[in-house]
Design a protein around this ligand. Structure first.
Ligand SMILES: *[C@@H]1O[C@H](CO)[C@@H](O)[C@H](O)[C@H]1NC(C)=O
Ligand SMILES: *[C@@H]1O[C@H](CO)[C@@H](O)[C@H](O)[C@H]1NC(C)=O
Ligand SMILES: *[C@@H]1O[C@H](CO)[C@@H](O)[C@H](O)[C@H]1NC(C)=O
Ligand SMILES: *[C@@H]1O[C@H](CO)[C@@H](O)[C@H](O)[C@H]1NC(C)=O
Ligand SMILES: *[C@@H]1O[C@H](CO)[C@@H](O)[C@H](O)[C@H]1NC(C)=O
Length: 507
């Protein structure tokens, strides 16, 4: 879009803001705004020191036909060497926390605690100390999809042994890094990850097991999460006194027909509830509608069991309540419609709900990411209603931008989504404590390689130094953090800044 169209859009955003009570746009006392990354997407140094090979190292080296530009994370943003520069950038913006993940094979080269890499641990200790000494709180994700490669040859997360292997890794991490960390996340987006890595082939290891690969994968991930939570609770919480939880990717669902009151609820259960219900609901276990419909479909296929595995009462109890907060990653929404079913026929796609995008929603440079700001408020109200208003940490929200540093579409996106969040909080009582922009830097965007740019900071991947250039959105973010409220941006000021910015970066 050209600048004039864009400025027009901004005016309409500001216009619609005028009807909102101005108190609604304040960030409450203690509210934390930060940014996020994950180990494989940014660190590089894939073979530094004694680091072991991860499933993503293997996938990008051996199966790079699945990566759109054939690229890999061997060097990525080289944050392994450049983290001090990145911390200064965050400090300059005024960001209050930084969410990053640990590479399992950097800490345990064999995957097991019989060999611990002192160099690997030292890297994370240095990063954490650098953050803390600059007033930025580390939010540490233990697992963001890069498990040891050899575990792939044992079936990755379809193998129940992974539960124990993950728990032992987590215990090492709590013991070694826990004295410096107050906020833990066990696992990033278990449900999306399982669909794409076990059920599909767009995430390593790309097993493409349509039958029930993603159900098995999530079953084990939830058990692994609960084991790690209880290890923290029983062995470390008393001395380390931190919080620990898990992060769910949840979308909001808009019904196609107003009279179709069930579609959105069922779509929520099959998307968010699949992983969240066992942990956050009062009774635990998978959502009843999911158990019922998958069982019926399995029966129609002539199977003597449901393709959705069952939790024993022991596991239901262990998993239920195993999170101190509701971690939420949210990007986009969907339209939903119930598909009529005749007796004796299978439920359409297990859920019985057709999910599609509304073509009138604006596009972004990422094809799955339609811009639907009101969906963030929608999903926050969904979570409040489904799980009794738990404390919510938004741990990812953001959009990719067009080439260059003038990321107007990102400012517009963040403004719209944060406004929707603030209304859900200040008007509707949703208990949100943390908001995190994905991402600090442009990075290795999984199967999209380096073709999609989610960074507040542009990274030049052709330069050996991986030069960082802050985008326009950083100036706006700095301002709203300093003021403690969401401010409608001033067009004149924005274009003045834009020109000044271009002069000093030479663009
Ligand atoms: C690490 O990998 C790079 C390729 O990314 C290679 O050039 C280098 O020789 C490797 N280093 C070691 C120590 O194996
Ligand atoms: C798409 O969204 C628009 C605006 O919210 C709405 O009027 C329209 O009915 C939606 N389309 C469908 C197919 O529901
Ligand atoms: C819901 O509304 C749609 C379109 O307006 C209509 O076709 C359908 O029959 C209605 N369904 C029910 C259960 O009322
Ligand atoms: C890369 O960065 C280093 C350290 O800041 C600097 O000395 C060097 O000149 C840079 N290299 C290039 C090609 O810009
Ligand atoms: C917008 O910014 C310009 C330049 O800084 C300033 O002159 C003007 O008063 C501002 N307008 C509003 C409505 O704040």
């Amino acid at each position: 879009m050209d600048i004039l169209t864009f400025l027009g859009l901004l005016s309409s955003l500001i216009g619609s803001g005028a009807s909102v009570q101005s108190d609604y746009l304040k960030f409450p006392q203690g509210f934390s705004i930060g940014t996020a990354s994950s180990s494989y997407q940014v660190e590089g140094a894939w073979n530094a020191s004694d680091k072991g090979v991860s499933v993503w190292d293997w996938f990008t080296h051996e199966k790079n036909e699945f990566i759109i530009d054939g690229s890999n994370g061997d060097v990525a943003c080289d944050t392994y060497h450049k983290y001090k520069e990145d911390v200064q950038i965050m400090k300059n913006i005024g960001l209050k926390h930084y969410r990053f993940s640990l590479s399992w094979t950097r800490i345990l080269p064999n995957g097991f605690p019989n060999k611990i890499s002192q160099d690997g641990l030292q890297y994370y200790k240095d990063l954490i100390d650098e953050l803390r000494s600059n007033g930025i709180e580390p939010f540490v994700t233990i697992y963001h999809w890069d498990h040891p490669e050899f575990m792939n040859r044992f079936g990755s997360w379809t193998n129940a042994l992974m539960v124990k292997w993950f728990a032992e890794y987590a215990r090492v991490v709590f013991r070694e890094l826990g004295p410096r960390v107050k906020f833990w996340t066990t696992i990033n987006e278990p449900n999306n990850y399982c669909e794409q890595s076990s059920g599909g082939k767009s995430q390593a290891p790309g097993m493409d097991l349509a039958f029930s690969g993603s159900y098995l994968c999530l079953h084990n991930l939830l058990k692994a999460h609960a084991r790690a939570y209880h290890i923290y609770n029983e062995e470390f919480r008393a001395t380390q006194n931190g919080k620990i939880g898990i992060v769910m990717p949840c979308r909001h669902n808009f019904p196609k027909y107003e009279n179709d009151t069930e579609a959105a609820r069922i779509a929520f259960e099959f998307d968010c509830g699949w992983a969240a219900n066992p942990i956050f609901s009062k009774n635990g276990d998978y959502p009843a509608v999911m158990k019922q419909r998958i069982k019926e479909n399995s029966q129609l296929e002539g199977l003597p069991f449901s393709r959705l595995p069952e939790f024993s009462p022991y596991w239901i109890n262990l998993i239920r309540g195993s999170s101190d907060y509701f971690g939420l990653n949210h990007y986009t929404s969907k339209m939903v419609e119930s598909v009529p079913r005749k007796r004796g026929t299978p439920w359409y796609q297990e859920s019985g709900v057709r999910v599609f995008v509304n073509e009138s929603w604006p596009e972004s440079p990422t094809n799955w990411l339609r811009v639907v700001p009101e969906g963030l408020g929608g999903v926050l109200r969904d979570v409040k209603e489904a799980y009794g208003n738990p404390p919510v940490y938004i741990l990812e929200n953001g959009v990719s931008s067009y080439p260059g540093v003038a990321d107007y579409n990102r400012i517009e996106f963040l403004y719209g989504y944060m406004k929707s969040m603030l209304l859900a909080m200040n008007r509707d009582g949703c208990n949100v404590k943390v908001y995190t922009v994905w991402s600090l830097l442009d990075n290795f965007e999984w199967d999209r390689g380096y073709t999609e740019r989610f960074g507040l900071i542009e990274v030049d991947f052709t330069h050996p130094n991986r030069t960082r250039t802050p985008r326009l959105s950083t100036g706006w973010l700095k301002k709203i953090i300093a003021k403690g409220r969401l401010i409608a941006f001033n067009n004149t000021e924005l274009s003045v800044n834009y020109r000044a910015f271009n002069m000093c970066t030479g663009n």
